[in-house]
Design a binder for this molecule. Structure first.
Ligand code: WQD
Length: 336
C-alpha cells in the first residue's frame, strides 16, 4: 500500500525537491505550508514535474487543530519536517520567533503525531550545530554547540527528539544534518527563491548573474584556507532530497532512528564557487572583497561515511551541476 507522508514546509526550497523525489519513489506526499517563504505557484510547478496534483494544506505547524484534522483526513504514515525559520542573521534579531516556530512548532507537531499514532519523523537539522568545528572533515560525534539562535533551535530540536525516543520506543527519528544546500531541479521549474536579498552564497551569486545585484561581496579573504576565502561543503538539493527518501525508507523499514551528515565530503571556497558559476552562466561575475561576516567560520565540510553506511547515501552531483542547475532556474524564472 502507498505510504502517505506529511511534508511540513513542503512548498519550500528543500521541501519541494523532496516532494518530487518522494513521488518518484512511490510515496503519496501531503504538503502543509503557510507559504511564508514559498511562492504560491509551487504546487502547480510540482504537478508539471511529477504529473500528479500535489495534496496541499495551507497553514502552520503551530496550529494544533489543523494538524489533528490533517492526520485524521489524510491518514499520515510518517512525517518529513522542513517547516522552520532558517536565516542565521534574522535569528539573532528575532530569537523568540525562531524558538516559537522551530521548537514550539516541533513540539506541536510531535503531540499531533502521538495523538494520531504516527511515530516516524525525518528532521531537518544543520551542520550549524557543529559551531566552530574541532576537526575536519566533521564526523557526527564531533562536539556540538551553537553560535546563534538558529543553531540553538536546531540543536534543541535534536536533543528533544533524543529524549523523546529514549522515553518511548515507539518513536524513530531520522536526524539529517545538512551542510550547504545549493542548486535547483533539473527541470528548471523549482529552485531556491529567496524573497529578499539572499544571505547565502549561491542564491546571492545567482542574483548577480541575472543582473539583480551588482556584484558579490566576498566576506573576507584572510582566512586560513587555500585562497583565503571561506570553504564549505555544498550539496546539490536533488542529492539532499534523495537523502531524505533514503532516511524515510530506513525508518519505515527498520523502525530504528539514525543521525547522519548530508554532505559531499568536499570543501569549496567562495572564489571557487564564483568561478564555477561564471563558467555556468558564460560570463565573468564581478566581486569585491569586504570584511569578514560576524559569526562566520573559516572552513566546514562533512565526513559523509555514516550516511553511506547506514542509508546507502552518496552525493552524486558536483559544483558544476549545482551552478548549471541554479543558472537554468534563475534565468528561466527571470524570463517568466
Ligand atoms: C557560505 C560562504 C560566507 C554570502 C548557513 C547557515 C547554515 C545553513 C547554510 C541552514 C561563507 C560566504 C556568503 C555572501 C560570501 N543554513 N559568503 N558572500 O554561512 O556556511 O551556512 O547557510 O541550515 O545553517 O549557517 O552559508 O551561504 O551564508 O556562506 O562571501 O554574500 O560564503 O562567508 O564563507 P553558511 P552561506
Amino acid at each position: 500500500m502507498t505510504a502517505t507522508i506529511l511534508l511540513t514546509g513542503g512548498a519550500g526550497y528543500i521541501g519541494s525537491h523532496t516532494h518530487v523525489a518522494l513521488v518518484a519513489a512511490g510515496y503519496r506526499p501531503v504538503i502543509l505550508d503557510d507559504f511564508s517563504n514559498a511562492a504560491g505557484d509551487v504546487p502547480e510547478r510540482l504537478a508539471r514535474i511529477s504529473g500528479t496534483e500535489p495534496r496541499v494544506w495551507r497553514g502552520s505547524v503551530l496550529d494544533a487543530a489543523l494538524l489533528d484534522e490533517i492526520f485524521a483526513v489524510e491518514r499520515i504514515d510518517a512525517v518529513v519536517h522542513f517547516a522552520a525559520r532558517k536565516a542565521v542573521g534574522e535569528s539573532v534579531r528575532m530569537p523568540l520567533e525562531y524558538v516559537e516556530t522551530n521548537v514550539v512548532g516541533l513540539v506541536t507537531l510531535l503531540k499531533a503525531m502521538r495523538a494520531a499514532g504516527v511515530f516516524r519523523l525525518v528532521y531537518s537539522s544543520s551542520a550549524t550545530v557543529y559551531g566552530v568545528p574541532d576537526r575536519l572533515p566533521i564526523p557526527e560525534d564531533a562536539a556540538t554547540g551553537f553560535t546563534n539562535p538558529y543553531g540553538y533551535t536546531k540543536l534543541a530540536g535534536e536533543q528533544l527528539l533524543e529524549q523523546l525516543a529514549a522515553s518511548d520506543p515507539r518513536w524513530a527519528f531520522g536526524v539529517l544534518r545538512y551542510f550547504n544546500p545549493a542548486g535547483a531541479h533539473g527541470s528548471g521549474l523549482i529552485g531556491e527563491d529567496p524573497r529578499d536579498v539572499p544571505n547565502n552564497l549561491m542564491p546571492y551569486i545567482a542574483k548577480v548573474a541575472v543582473g539583480e545585484l551588482p556584484e558579490l561581496r566576498v566576506f573576507g579573504d584572510d582566512y586560513d584556507t587555500p585562497d583565503g576565502t571561506g570553504v564549505r561543503d555544498y550539496i546539490h538539493v536533488e542529492d539532499l532530497a534523495e537523502g531524505h527518501v533514503l532516511s524515510l525508507a530506513a525508518l519505515m523499514r527498520d523502525g530504528r532512528g539514525h543521525l547522519v551528515n548530508l554532505g559531499t565530503g568536499c570543501g569549496f571556497s567562495v572564489l571557487q564557487m564564483l568561478a564555477a558559476y561564471s563558467e555556468a552562466c558564460g560570463r565573468r561575475l564581478p566581486h569585491v572583497v569586504v570584511p569578514r561576516r560576524a559569526g562566520d567560520i573559516a572552513a566546514c565540510w562533512a565526513d559523509p561515511s555514516r550516511a553511506a553506511e547506514l542509508l546507502g547515501f552518496r552525493a552524486r552531483r558536483g559544483i558544476g551541476e549545482m551552478c548549471a542547475s541554479s543558472w537554468a532556474w534563475v534565468s528561466r524564472r527571470q524570463r517568466n
